[in-house]
Ligand binder design. Structure first.
Ligand SMILES: *Cc1c(COP(=O)(O)O)cnc(C)c1O
Length: 201
């Protein structure tokens, strides 16, 4: 189980401090912020950047260059661009699933996951390792459980091993339901500073 410390909007100095405890996996949402931090912290051995937010094709190069994993893949054009721009080890990708069919949310429909996987499987520089979801916001972690179970079952059906699920609100439930990576921000770093500097995607 990998604990991804979600450091979006926190300064690089905060990440550097967290590294003193041995933490090496960090999650970022915004591609340019990710790139700037990766440059600033490149002296830290073994640091691994997880891009967890939505991505547009024109920003894919930042993720392709510095990320260890991308957790929000749901568009073929983005997959193609990531593969085209990636050098070295394949980029580990999770397909984002809109598990509760929310209109406001990104991610693939459940029934589109298998065809999507088939469509991108031949891309040379990506390795699809698992599925990711972000269930409806709630203050009751139990309400996420059925969604986590459904994601696990879907991954099993299509032969994917990894499950990126669980945030501050529900990571314990996610771990009980088989998460292989949890993405925890505010429980580790406290409230996030306001977003002022970086554009949306
Ligand atoms: C911000 C974010 C998180 C972390 O959220 P917290 O509530 O601070 O733990 C996890 N996953 C995604 C996709 C996020 O955007």
């Amino acid at each position: 189980m990998t604990l991804i410390a979600v450091s979006k909007l926190h300064p690089a100095s905060t990440i550097r401090e967290a590294c003193q405890t041995g933490q090496r996996d960090f999650g970022e949402n915004y591609p340019q912020e990710l790139r700037e931090k990766a440059v600033e912290l490149r002296d830290i051995a073994g640091i691994r950047w997880h891009a967890i937010g939505p991505l547009q094709g024109n920003k894919a190069k930042y993720v392709a260059k510095v990320a260890f994993a991308f957790h929000a893949l749901d568009r073929i054009e983005v997959a193609q661009e990531l593969s085209r721009r990636r050098a070295g080890d394949a980029l580990r990708c999770y397909l984002e699933v809109n598990i509760a069919s929310e209109n406001s949310k990104a991610g693939l429909k459940v029934e589109d996951v298998a065809p999507f996987l088939a469509a991108i499987n031949a891309l040379p520089n990506l390795s699809v390792v698992g599925l990711m979801c972000l269930p409806p916001e709630t203050s009751d972690p139990e309400s996420s459980r059925p969604y986590f179970r459904q994601l696990r079952e879907l991954a099993r059906q299509i032969g994917l091993k990894e499950l990126s699920m669980g945030t501050t609100a529900d990571f314990e439930t996610a771990i009980e339901e088989g998460a292989t990576a949890v993405r925890v921000g505010s429980a580790i770093f406290g409230p996030r500073p306001e977003r002022t500097k970086f554009p949306a995607t």
